[in-house]
Design a binder for this molecule. Structure first.
Ligand SMILES: [Mn+2]
Length: 337
């Protein structure tokens, strides 16, 4: 963390996200969006490497790192308007799962308790247990909705006999009460995991799980309508958006540990996360499972992840303008007439 001048994994976080100001936790002001890295991949079941995700996502861009990104068509600059700061990476004891998760919970909870909106750059998906738990600590256990994009349900009963791994975070969140099953909306599930008895458990928990097949047959817009409704339920405090990059088709996002063919296209997910930012009260988010050493050619996955974060932030900035009764900047690109 910038806070104490050290990082658990020196050199991984080489600069702030797109040049936004680097801040310490005690400098945070309410409403600020806070980028924080969780370079954790000791919950991976297949190919490791997501510990290098935060640095790759921060660097996944070709424009100057000047802390400005005026969206071409939205008429907002999310980095300036929200505003956005970066507190660096959570120092983690490499290889120690529970202690690492506790460290992430503490940082995320402090960000949220100070009125910030944490955006956690993973890391493998194990860290969503910590991210959503930290947000729930600030906003109320059981009151956070979770919109989860993934090829995999991540509701496994255990991780080789252990509680935590990247296939179990959603189950642990339900069991702990941080996020009840009925507040989950999962989008993009496909492939050959988990087994039927786990799917039965998910149904018992009233999880709303949309397969990729359902997204195709019913239309992604219908599915996202369901997510917006769950996030806006009367007694919900807000929504935590968790994006596993492997929800995207591996042809467009190869740099990930457990690629599963047949996923969303980048355009669909970019539009969807922006819509969630605009239509929901986002109180936390993460983007996980970017593993840059498999990201060939051309760093496609890290670059997509960078833009997915930006699109979510753009939607959030659009929402703030709307709430404040202000419209977009007039000098945005509009269709020719
Ligand atoms: Mn996942």
């Amino acid at each position: 963390m910038a806070q104490d001048g050290r990082r658990a994994t020196p050199g991984l976080a080489t600069g702030s996200f797109l040049g936004v100001p680097i801040a310490t936790l005690d400098e945070l002001t309410p409403g600020t969006v806070v980028i924080v890295g969780a370079p954790f991949d000791w919950g991976a079941t297949h190919r490791p490497g997501a510990r290098f995700g935060p640095a790759a996502i921060r660097a996944g861009d070709y424009l100057p790192a000047d802390g400005r990104r005026p969206h071409l068509t939205a008429g907002v600059d999310p980095l300036v308007e929200l505003p956005v700061v970066d507190v660096g990476d959570v120092p983690l004891p490499i290889g120690y799962v529970e202690a690492s998760l506790e460290a992430i919970v503490e940082v995320v909870a402090e960000i949220a308790e100070r009125g910030g909106v944490p955006v956690v750059l993973g890391g493998d998906h194990t860290i969503t247990f910590a991210g959503a738990t930290g947000v729930a600590r600030a906003h109320g256990a059981g009151r956070v909705a979770l919109v989860h994009f993934d090829a995999h349900a991540d509701t496994g009963e255990d991780h080789y006999g252990q509680l935590h791994g990247h296939g179990t975070p959603m189950r642990r969140l339900i069991e702990s009460g941080a996020v009840p099953g009925h507040r989950f909306v999962q989008i993009g599930l496909r492939g050959y995991w988990p087994p039927p008895e786990t799917v039965a458990w998910m149904r018992q928990q009233q999880m709303r799980s949309w397969s990729m097949q359902a997204c195709v047959e019913q239309g992604l817009g219908t599915v996202v309508d369901d997510a917006v409704a769950a996030a806006g339920a009367e007694d919900a405090a807000g929504v935590y958006v968790s994006v596993d990059i492997d929800v995207v088709d591996p042809g467009a996002a190869p740099g990930t540990g457990t690629p599963e063919p047949g996923g969303l296209q980048p355009r669909e997910l970019l539009d969807t996360v922006r819509r969630l930012g605009r239509e929901c009260h986002v109180i936390g988010a993460d983007l996980v499972e970017v593993a840059p050493h498999y990201d060939q050619p051309m760093d496609l996955t890290a670059r997509l992840a960078n833009r997915l974060v930006l699109e979510l932030l753009t939607g959030m900035a659009e929402r703030r303008r709307h709430v404040a009764g202000r419209g977009p900047d007039p000098d945005r690109l509009r269709p020719p007439v």
